[in-house]
Design a protein around this ligand. Sequence first.
Ligand code: ZN
Length: 115
Amino acid sequence: MLDLLDRQPTGRWARLRDDVRRCRLRRGAWYPVLSLGPDEAVVVVRQESVIIPQAYLEIVNTRPNRWTVVPGERYAVCPNCAARVAVGTPPEQMRCAHCSGVFEFEPEHEYSAPH
Ligand SMILES: [Zn+2]
């Protein structure tokens, strides 16, 4: 059993690598990392802790602040609230209709990390 009260968030954020399909995490959305083990990470998904192999994840040390452009799909994912928003050619920046945050776009090729 995981005891959430005993764990402090690490300040890290994680998202699924683009070629991983079989997890509860949504493509392109960032999730807070609760803890990191040698092979696995615990991330918070809808207020539940979920254990994911680190090989499935891209992990960063600061909260992301750019839209993820999901390759091959015509949507971007908000870095703040994980809303999906349809985009054609990404503009320089865009306001999220759900959380009203204004963010720049990540270059599309950045979200495609083979492993
Ligand atoms: Zn948003």
